[in-house]
Ligand binder design. Sequence first.
Ligand code: AMP
Length: 296
Amino acid sequence: MRIVRTVDELRAALAERRAAGSRVGLVPTMGALHEGHLSLVRAARAENEAVVISVFVNPAQFDDASDLAAYPRQLERDAEIAAEAGVDLLFAPDAAEMYPEGFATVVHVEGALTETLEGAARGGSHFDGVATIVAKLLLAGLPDAAYFGRKDAQQLLVVQRMVADLRIPTRVVACPTSRDPDGLARSSRNARLSAEERLRALAIPRALDAAAAAAAAGERDAAALRALATETLRGAGIEAEYVALVRADSLAPLERLEDAALLAVAARVGEVRLIDNAVLRAAGGDPEPVHPDEEV
Ligand code: AMP
């Protein structure tokens, strides 16, 4: 595996691979690689001869300086993990490479996709930071496909919108949320949970499961479904930042569950902010997949 630090090096390395006929798959990450990231790498590996992973803790998407400072950084270990997973190229730029002196461009996706949920909780600049860095990464590598996780469902929608609007010639591939065997969604932030907090954090997947089970049993009232999830969290001493039932394509809030919708949760466990989501399906609802690419 090669490690490259600059956009120019990345382009030169990918030009070689393309000349040899390789398709290129990119997995953008903020590092502290875990099995969730590796599930994206495997998806990329299955469809491309060359797999690139980027590791960049993007300051522009952090609204909270202490969160940015506490974000785990372990590039050497990440390089070992990526190499072992069969990644060909690790792109690890520093902040000055991505945001050189005088940098003044922001990619802004308008509307509910960026203003609700994480946009409301973390401030409007969060998704500007995400859209700008993903646009830069895609334009730097021009991969055939880029792989994103459904754990960050809103981020995925923002990226899909941005790529479609800017006609960036990269296919955006959505990958299922990878979970630890006990149900907790894998996240770089989990490393910051104490053993006691990690146990309490299990209330998050439990809350999603409880709401999904109630939906499957016939509950369609959004307030009741949200209350069930909220109470499950409270039972573990977790006060949710939000528990929202929204359309899976537009994130528009729903009062009733028709067919299928997304239940999205954000909550702090101790100092660590976690997000998760699940598709809820109404009993007797349309069995059509909620995501066009969903495997059901
Ligand atoms: P991050 O490093 O947390 O910014 O995540 C980089 C990419 O990995 C994003 O597309 C995330 O959605 C994805 N990802 C992170 N955790 C998981 C997970 N548990 N399952 C699937 N994808 C994930």
